[in-house]
Design a protein around this ligand. Sequence first.
Ligand code: SAH
Ligand code: DHB
Ligand code: MG
Length: 221
Amino acid sequence: MHQEQWTAVDTYIAERLAPADQARDAALRTAAESGLPPIAVSAAQGKLLQVLATSVGARSILEIGTLAGYSAMWLGRALPPGGRMTTVEADPVHAEVARGNLTRAGLAEVVDVRVGRALDVLPELSGPFDFTFIDADKATIPEYVRWALALSRPGALIVVDNVVRGGALADADSTDEAVAGVRRLHDLLAEEPGLLATTVQTVGAKGYDGFTLALVLPADR
Ligand code: SAH
Ligand code: DHB
Ligand code: MG
């Protein structure tokens, strides 16, 4: 009862609650054809992002790590009319594939794909954002959370992908820089009074991993 069952249950959930969609399927297809790695969120996880962004009434969304625009598609569709999303991608090839996918999904006017390393682009952005999805290089996650907090309005939600890493999160002896990044994230959250946070472990088509959820508290809390 492991990966095979997690995938079967994920398929069941996706068939009912995150069913096949022409634009999303095309995005995954063009990503594969363009040689991009198959590391987008799963359909059920994309739906989770959509639920969470909708639950905070997001009108302005930030994403760090676009890849082919698959998660951006889920999030862009969580926005009300007039809502806007900015997604930051370091790799110009990924950004170009994402722009094509988002255009075909009818989201060209909603989602702005910014090309550049996130630590270079973030200082150029003006918030406030209501929802941030952090899903780029893992070693730099704590810095991205700091930026997301600075660019957020009170009540905003910050979601971080890939924080459990097959359980390596709990391995204090790990020499992996991604593990160091997610452990430093937890050190930061333990000390940051402005964020109400926890981490949820997940299994599914993408294996054993997890999301950190951090709610930006108002200054008087
Ligand atoms: N959110 C996407 C998957 C992102 S994969 C989805 O679920 O559909 C991670 C992406 O982060 C890759 O495209 C990678 O090129 C990008 N990336 C890595 N380092 C980065 C950096 N420093 N700044 C911006 N993007 C970065
Ligand atoms: C990788 C990155 C991701 O964002 C992800 O969800 C899975 C894997 C990676 O860089 O390998
Ligand atoms: Mg990820």
